[in-house]
Design a protein around this ligand. Structure first.
Ligand SMILES: [Mg+2]
Length: 201
């Protein structure tokens, strides 16, 4: 009770869908102004993740008040991904049902998180899922909750450094104050420099 919950999707958030830009020569370092990670690791031809992001998520989750949950169609297989990319302790994280539709015909992830937030009663929660970009009902629920920040990264890029930095700030504020940083104010995570459309309202 009263903790901070972090709900993580994998594909389009931690695992980017798009290719990594390597510059014209194929070997240029990524321009830091692009708000992308400086290095990525790949595996199996389908996974592409930045080790620096995983290290920062590990630090974010190190506070005992912060609890991560898998909210991804990988479901129980998410543990395999977590181990692959170096998310500490992820084999033991709880995963929530995420595939298909719930009994009442709604997006299963949305049904799962609503129930879970009711049950665990966090002071603040962060929900990262690229599919939130076209799930307005879920975004509205999160905004009205006053304590669930729902954010949709650009799936071809995944979570950007500036977006994770904003989440780190908000979690730190919640830890410091013991309150939701959303209380009484509308929060937005500013998109990356190359963002063409605003998402995650
Ligand atoms: Mg996804």
């Amino acid at each position: 009770m009263g903790g901070i919950n972090i709900y993580l999707d994998i594909d389009g958030v931690l695992n980017r869908y798009g290719p990594v830009r390597r510059g014209r020569t194929g070997a240029d370092p990524v321009d830091p102004d692009e708000d992308e990670w400086s290095a990525y690791t790949s595996a199996g031809g389908v996974l592409m993740w930045p080790p620096e992001m995983m290290a920062r998520i590990n630090r974010l989750l190190a506070a005992p008040e912060v609890t991560p949950y898998w909210l991804t169609t990988w479901e129980s297989e998410a543990a395999v991904f977590g181990e692959q990319v170096g998310l500490e302790g992820s084999a033991d994280w709880t995963w929530l049902p995420s595939r298909g539709l719930s009994a009442d015909g709604r997006w299963q992830k949305f049904a799962s998180i609503r129930d879970h937030v009711d049950q665990t009663d966090p002071i603040f929660a962060v929900w990262l899922d690229d599919d939130l970009a076209h799930e307005s009902e879920a975004r509205r629920w999160a905004r009205r909750s006053g304590r669930v920040l729902a954010f949709a990264p650009e799936p071809m890029v995944g979570l950007r450094p500036s977006e994770l930095a904003r989440i780190e700030e908000l979690v730190a504020e919640a830890l410091r104050t013991g309150r939701s940083p959303m209380a009484g104010r509308a929060l937005r995570i500013p998109g990356g420099g190359r963002r063409r459309t605003a998402r995650g309202d």
